[in-house]
Ligand binder design. Structure first.
Ligand code: SF4
Ligand code: SF4
Length: 93
């Protein structure tokens, strides 16, 4: 049986901190200098979304994989783990 990624993500549980642990440092760079905008395509949690005038960050769905920090060609993402007790809990099965 094939298990889809959506089914796997459904097993994860989130305790969301109101304060985001992710921050785009300079939004102008995203819109004016970043050709790849890789954060929009590689994030498994679909955290980054292209809005009319900015890229929004919905930290609530972050899986804490760290990919966005590594892939951003402008080092434009301030990244840290959520505060203790917050963030994702992975269940396997
Ligand atoms: S990859 Fe980095 S610089 Fe490019 S849009 Fe995303 S956050 Fe902005
Ligand atoms: S750490 Fe992973 S899941 Fe979280 S925002 Fe970055 S790419 Fe998305």
């Amino acid at each position: 049986m094939t298990v889809k990624i959506e089914d796997k993500l459904f097993l994860d549980r989130f305790k969301v901190d109101e304060e985001s642990h992710l921050r785009i440092i300079d939004g102008e760079i995203c819109l004016k200098k970043c050709l790849q905008q890789s954060c929009l395509y590689l994030c498994p949690g679909n955290v980054y979304r292209l809005e009319v005038d900015r890229i929004s960050v919905r930290h609530e769905g972050c899986l804490e994989c760290g990919s966005c920090r590594i892939a951003c060609p402008h080092l434009n993402i301030e990244w840290r783990f959520p505060k203790g007790g917050y963030g994702v809990s992975h269940k396997f099965g």
